[in-house]
Design a binder for this molecule. Structure first.
Ligand SMILES: [Zn+2]
Length: 220
């Protein structure tokens, strides 16, 4: 009898242990699943910046605050961008190169005028947008964009031939030291036509905020 009782209690202990072990295993598996679900949630968290609605490849831009604009070569541009452009033009001048500002800040209504004129020449908004950004979608609205010319080769102003000038060659090497970069290089990811004359200032916290989507989604 004592032997049987001892066998019974042993089998009871084994059963209880097995049940506890099983319960522990189930709990561990469920915790692991939860953890992996949490990891999945983190890894599939949405980007903090979503791609804004583009128009024919052009990103939307707001008009600069007029109080943040100043005069540079008779055109208006954002204060810090203008000051850096002037420093850059001075450095180029030391090398015998004269940079001109063909265009800088433009209002949305300025752009509407240019865009409508381009539509009447090219026949459609889509064709016009290859050459001129639609109103509300131009980097020029921000005050940070400059169309730069070579004063000694003004016939190349706003033409692809600008890339053959000393001004363009000098800018290609030196513009980044002054915070400028080419917005639309050849075969740019935005699909906008190549504009060797169009440079944007990107070296301030405001400029970086303005061009966040351009840099994040279309960095060249
Ligand atoms: Zn431009």
């Amino acid at each position: 009898m004592p032997l049987r009782r001892s066998k019974q209690s042993l089998s009871f202990i084994v059963t209880v242990t097995l049940v506890i072990l099983l319960a522990f295993c189930i709990k561990t598996v469920s915790m692991t699943e939860q953890l992996s679900l949490q990891t999945k949630k983190i890894s599939s968290a949405p980007e903090t910046t979503v791609l804004p609605q583009t128009k024919y490849g052009h990103l939307p831009y707001s008009e600069a605050d007029p109080t943040q604009l100043t005069n540079v070569q008779g055109k208006r541009a954002e204060i810090q961008a203008a000051s850096n452009f002037s420093a850059m033009a001075q450095a180029a001048h030391q090398k015998g190169i004269e940079l001109s500002v063909i265009s800088a800040f433009r209002t949305i209504s300025d752009q509407q005028y240019l865009f409508d004129k381009k539509i009447s020449r090219s026949g459609s908004a889509k064709a016009a947008a290859q050459l001129v950004a639609p109103p509300g979608y131009s980097e020029h609205h921000t005050g940070f964009a400059f169309d730069i010319g070579d004063r000694q080769n003004a016939e190349t102003d706003l033409r692809e031939a600008f890339e053959q000038t000393n001004a363009f060659r000098w800018l290609s090497t030196n513009a980044k030291k002054f915070g400028f970069e080419l917005s639309f290089p050849r075969h740019n990811r935005q699909g906008v036509s190549y504009e060797p004359w169009h440079w944007r200032y990107v070296n301030s916290s405001l400029a970086q905020k303005v061009f966040l989507a351009a840099e994040r989604f279309f960095s060249n």
